[in-house]
Design a binder for this molecule. Structure first.
Ligand code: GLN
Length: 278
């Protein structure tokens, strides 16, 4: 089979399995497997596809046809201009989450930051890279996720302490800033998501229990203990959760609440200050 024929066959296979952007995906996998560029496909598409490479290409196409996210096949995702390793142990970093990082970056210089539910570590590693922090710490319950996060911190050349445990359980310091993009999808809504997310991303990184608010409630209930005077709390939120999370923050003794939208114009980030009276 020629390169062009193989890529065309892959496109047809992917489209038949309901993969969006089948043509771009087929080409992307071709470039990924062969290390070749656009010109090699455009001008030398009639050349034979090297046998071993074709076997690997076909394997990846089959996996993508099973709706495994492309990032788990290539093992990488870009976030905040940095390269992150990803495996099925971690949520694939989302562009929306860059809004959360940008909000924290606007006020974190010379401060200590704790990231709960750190997953791939994309949030705390980006903050450590660009934020001039005094101390960076990331926590997660998942050992598999922490292994990925540690590898990412090394790859990005930053110092982050990673702790394993349930939310604040392994934490014994106070911080200027606590940040989290916790699981916030209502359990019943998970079934309505794309197969890439629903079947392949870690459920524990998605599921916010019946009302989607489980982790906000738990974090808000304990955050004051782990925040310094005047400390700040930052969350990524679901686009319809701003009012509910605002209520939770007010009820938990937080003030100065600010909601920020993502690039699609949807509510995405909420921040609050610890009320020093409480
Ligand atoms: N903090 C990670 C991210 O934003 C993982 C979030 C999660 O597991 N819910 O990508």
């Amino acid at each position: 089979m020629t390169r062009r024929e193989a890529v065309k066959a892959a496109e047809v296979r992917l489209a038949a399995s309901g993969v969006e952007e089948a043509e771009i995906t087929a080409k992307y996998l071709f470039y990924f497997v062969t290390g070749l560029g656009q010109a090699d496909l455009l001008f030398d598409g009639g050349l034979p596809f090297q046998e071993k490479q074709q076997a690997y290409f076909d394997k990846l196409v089959e996996e993508r046809a099973k709706r495994i996210p492309l990032q788990y096949l290539t093992g990488m995702q870009e976030f905040m201009g940095l390269e992150f390793f990803v495996t099925p142990d971690v949520l694939i970093p989302r562009q929306d989450t860059e809004r959360l990082v940008e909000e924290v970056l606007s006020c974190c210089s010379e401060k200590s930051v704790l990231d709960l539910c750190t997953g791939s570590g994309c949030i705390i590693i980006s903050l450590a890279k660009f934020g001039n922090l005094t101390y960076a710490c990331g926590c997660d319950l998942s050992e598999g996720a922490l292994a990925v996060a540690k590898k990412n911190a090394k790859h990005c050349g930053v110092l982050v302490e990673f702790l394993q445990g349930d939310l604040f359980e392994p934490v014994n310091k106070t911080f200027d800033i606590i940040v989290s993009n916790p699981p916030y999808i209502k359990s019943e809504e998970i079934e309505t998501l794309m197969p890439e997310v629903r079947c392949h991303e870690p459920r524990m990184a998605l599921d916010g229990m019946a009302d989607g608010l489980y982790f906000y409630k738990k974090i808000i209930a304990e955050a004051s203990k782990y925040l310094k005077l005047g400390g700040q709390l930052f969350f990524e939120i679901g686009s319809r959760q701003a009012a509910e999370v605002t209520e939770l923050l007010l009820g938990g003794g937080f003030g100065g609440i600010k909601v920020t939208k993502d690039y699609a114009g949807l509510d995405r980030v909420i921040s609050a200050k610890k009320d020093n009276q409480k």
